[in-house]
Write a protein that binds this ligand. Structure first.
Ligand SMILES: Nc1ncnc2c1ncn2[C@@H]1O[C@H](COP(=O)(O)OP(=O)(O)OP(=O)(O)O)[C@@H](O)[C@H]1O
Length: 229
């Protein structure tokens, strides 16, 4: 579904992502885990066209995404929930979701988005900036889903979310995958969340995948050791 081959990203002379290979299957949830500064955000941002890739292949369902600008990648079916959520604080909840609709060319907020996140319906006319962290995260996911993605990319979605809501977020993402039949690529550092959400886990260190395993039967201690400072 989503493929990286020999994929590298650099800031000037400084290479941050090195020669990655990755294949996210249809309906699969893949988590990329790693400590701060290991390259997760750079990888996610480059895939959605916000940071240029240095070399390699990035394709979705066989479509070459490399020459496409960010908005064209969104149109092609790549949805993005950025680190820090980046909702528009002065727009209402409804207007925030509508910015996603504009990208897909669809009209009217699909009912299933409000079914998925009832709190957003209740707060449709509130300013995005007045929502709690967890509510803003739901809004950022709803905005990305409004673009009708085939692949949803989330960068550290648990950051700034109360621990009690983190596992609820995992359940919601699996529900989205099951009901919409899309693929999900998520970067994270919270192992308990990853163990609840992912089908497959890859560990990134200094821009390289150094370990991977299926979530079922995964060696948690080994992955935790990579995440320990
Ligand atoms: N705009 C930039 N210019 C130069 N170097 C950068 C830039 N952004 C990030 N880096 C460097 O790239 C490396 C990877 O950073 P990145 O933010 O992708 O890591 P991360 O794993 O997402 O960390 P975090 O969890 O803190 O977001 C770091 O060494 C960082 O200093």
């Amino acid at each position: 579904m989503l493929k990286l081959q020999n994929y590298s990203v650099a800031y000037g002379q400084s290479k941050v992502i090195h020669d990655l290979q990755l294949d996210v299957g249809e309906n699969e949830i893949v988590a990329v885990v790693g400590r701060n500064g290991m390259g997760k955000t750079t990888l996610m941002k480059s895939m959605v066209g916000m940071v240029p890739a240095r070399e390699g292949v990035l394709s979705m369902q066989g479509v070459d995404l490399m020459p496409l600008k960010s908005h064209q990648r969104v149109k092609a079916g790549l949805g993005f929930v950025p680190q820090g959520r980046m909702i528009f604080p002065t727009l209402t909840v409804k207007e925030n979701i509508e910015t996603g609709l504009a990208a897909s060319g669809r009209k009217g907020i699909p009912a299933d988005l409000y079914e998925l996140f009832p709190v957003l319906k209740d707060m449709a006319s509130r300013k995005g900036g007045n929502l709690s962290g967890g509510q803003q995260q739901q809004l950022a996911i709803a905005r990305a889903l409004a673009t009708d993605p085939k692949v949803l990319i989330l960068d550290e979605p648990t950051e700034g979310i109360q621990p009690s809501i983190i596992q609820e977020l995992a359940r919601t993402l699996r529900k989205i995958r099951d009901t919409r039949g899309l693929s999900i690529l998520v970067s994270e550092q919270v192992l308990s969340f990853v163990m609840n959400v992912a089908d497959r886990i890859l560990v990134i260190e200094k821009g390289r995948f150094v370990h991977q395993e299926e979530r079922e039967g995964a060696n948690q201690e080994k992955i935790a050791a990579y995440l320990a400072v």
